[in-house]
Design a protein around this ligand. Structure first.
Ligand code: PEP
Ligand code: MN
Length: 332
């Protein structure tokens, strides 16, 4: 249950109420909000005098639900806005991993040339094998910051575990929580304590309910800036890396108030399928698209098979622009 408390209730009283209800307390636009589990079905009589408005939920999708906030939330990614009524589809480009200054600069130059705004590169890679390239760490993150300064691009990088989450919060415009980290409570709780936007990817074995509940961890801790990312789930199919759940995207659009980004690169796993999937995603009217691109995909240190060449990236962008426009969006 979500309770909007009346204005002018003093702080100590709010704390007493929060404790009594075992509720989270957040302040939004100067308003005190209490959030307790969905088990609570009505406002207890003894506290109703303090409550302005209340919402009851069938399950623990609460702050993220359309029932609570019918308007899609707006989230700032560096110098651009997505969600709300912005009609922006941010095309997030860049390689899977930052590998060298030369490589990440070439990606930054490409995005700049194409009038795009947002560069992504992993520095702390959550690899399936301990023997694979693990990322450049802080050195890579600083290279991304250098590209932000030189090219005016917004930057996104991924957090692998709680040990470096503060570095990502400090340097990156958006903290990406990857599919494998979606359940990591240390990361979720650290991200709840900042106002830094969070791009939360769906775990490949997670239901939509579990996915949105992970977002609730961040929202209920006071960080309003959560973006969901569908990146494919594991099914019985093995010819593609994962299965991009577009039905799930329709469900998220219908029932949640969070901006949604789609990632055809990780879903498909092979470059040949990424452009056509990206077109299908764009036609759904989405807030962002994540496409991996590399100056020479064959020698990429991670996700080599799925990264587009710069030519392929440029070609798909040309095809995506009119599709976005036809559904009232603009690729930025
Ligand atoms: C990535 O974005 O490069 C990545 C590792 O993705 P995911 O967490 O979706 O597997
Ligand atoms: Mn990748």
């Amino acid at each position: 249950m979500i309770l909007h408390l009346k204005q002018n209730i003093d702080k100590s009283q709010v704390e007493i109420l929060a404790e009594k209800l075992n509720a989270f307390h957040i302040v939004n636009d100067g308003r005190n909000i209490l959030i307790s589990g969905s088990g609570m079905k009505e406002v207890p009589a003894e506290i109703s005098q303090f409550v302005d408005e209340s919402w009851v939920f069938a399950n623990d999708i609460q702050l993220a639900s359309k029932n609570y906030r019918s308007e899609k939330r707006e989230v700032r990614i560096g110098n651009v806005l997505i969600g709300g009524n912005t009609g922006n589809t941010v095309l997030i480009g860049g390689p899977c991993s930052v590998e060298s200054e030369e490589q990440i600069r070439s990606a930054a130059e490409l995005l700049k040339k194409l009038n795009l705004t947002t560069l992504r590169g992993g520095c702390y890679k959550p690899r399936t094998s301990p023997y694979s390239f693990q990322g450049m760490g802080l050195e890579g993150l600083k290279l991304l910051v250098k590209m932000k300064e030189e090219f005016g691009l917004n930057i996104i990088s991924e957090v692998r575990d709680a040990s470096h989450v503060q570095d990502i919060i400090e340097y990156s415009d958006v903290v990406q929580i990857g599919a494998k980290a979606m359940y990591d409570q240390g990361i979720l709780r650290a991200c709840a304590k900042t106002q830094k936007p969070v791009l939360l990817k769906r775990g490949f074995g997670s239901t939509l309910q579990e996915f949105v509940q992970a977002a609730e961890f961040i929202l209920s801790g006071g960080n309003d800036n959560v973006i969901l990312c569908e990146r494919g789930i594991r099914t019985f199919e093995f010819n593609t890396r994962f299965t991009l759940d577009l039905c799930g995207v329709a469900w998220l659009q219908e029932y949640t108030n969070l901006p949604i980004i789609l990632d055809p690169s990780h879903a498909m796993g092979y470059a040949y399928g990424v452009p056509v999937l990206a077109k299908a995603c764009t036609a759904m009217g989405i807030d962002g698209l994540l496409i991996e691109t590399h100056p020479n995909p064959k020698v990429a240190k991670s996700d080599a098979s799925q990264q587009l060449t710069y030519d392929q990236f440029e070609t798909v962008l040309k095809e995506l622009r009119p599709i976005a426009e036809s559904v009232g969006y603009k690729i930025i």
